[in-house]
Write a new protein. Structure first.
Length: 271
């Protein structure tokens, strides 16, 4: 393996041109889960605008001369307005800087990447999307929970647990979602988990459905709490660590067999 990564020094990566913006997914937490193209962007960027879910380990690989800007959004805490973030991305690009918008998970999975990309297009700024591993798949994998399995489900639904105002999304058809797929993966759902569970059960979802809450996924401090959908309201009142991804459905039980992320694996913070 000696020199294996040195091969990347000669790789013909796409040019990160001055005056452009790259929207990059940093993955679910562990630095080693960022893509090679995302790693390349970190080393080239003049400005890196990152959210609250991007860990220090990822930023350790940034261009030493880059300006690092925290633009994180966490529920219930002061955070920059999305419009202001977008305005700054455009302004930096117009100054001729290479601008990296670094997001936890994937830019297009509840990450506002679509909104930012559309604003950049309207402003005439060239941009590139670099997908990332979403916690709804990669985070669950570190708990030994597959999003799909041939013996349990041929469909999965990803949904957010709160809207822009921080409330339970009103635009979600909970009656349809409740029984549309055997597996539900919920992002940012911990705050309203009790209310969401009640809506799902009222629409026909079984209270005995297995449920898991994976906190700090892919990091050494990862924790997994397993319960049932009927017990979700009680869990919601506990002080559970965040960020967390919630999964409901038969795949949760597979975590007993597929759990691989043990003490030895946690010793390496790269993943």
């Amino acid at each position: 393996m000696n020199g294996h990564f040195a091969r990347l020094d000669q790789a013909r990566f796409p040019e990160f041109a001055p005056g452009t913006v790259w929207l990059v997914g940093a993955g679910p937490g562990a630095p080693g889960l960022i893509s090679v193209l995302g790693y390349h962007a970190l080393g080239q960027a003049d400005v890196i605008v990152h959210d609250a879910l991007v860990g220090d380990g990822v930023l350790d690989w940034a261009n030493p001369s880059a300006e690092i800007v925290h633009a994180g959004k966490r529920g219930g805490k002061p955070s920059p307005a999305q419009a202001d973030i977008t305005i700054r991305l455009i302004a930096w690009a117009r100054e001729g800087k290479r601008v990296l918008r670094l997001k936890g998970g994937d830019p297009f999975m509840f990450g506002r990447g679509g909104e930012e990309g559309a604003a950049l297009r309207r402003a005439g700024i060239a941009f590139r999307i670099v997908p990332g591993i979403t916690s709804g798949i990669g985070g669950l994998a570190y708990a030994g929970i597959p999003a799909t399995h041939r013996d349990t489900n041929h469909a999965v639904i990803f949904l957010t647990g709160h809207d822009e105002a921080g409330e339970v999304p009103q635009s979600v058809d909970w009656s349809a979602i409740a029984t549309a797929a055997p597996v539900l993966v919920m992002f940012m759902a911990l705050k309203h988990l009790g209310s969401i569970a009640e809506k799902l059960m009222a629409a026909g979802r079984s209270e005995s459905d297995p449920l898991a809450i994976v906190s700090n996924a892919t990091l050494p401090e990862q924790s997994v709490i397993k319960a049932t959908l009927g017990e979700a309201s009680a869990l919601a009142h506990e002080n559970l660590p965040t960020p967390a991804i919630v999964v409901c459905g038969p795949v949760v039980d597979l975590g007993e067999t597929l759990n691989w992320y043990g003490a030895a694996e946690r010793e390496n913070r790269l993943g």
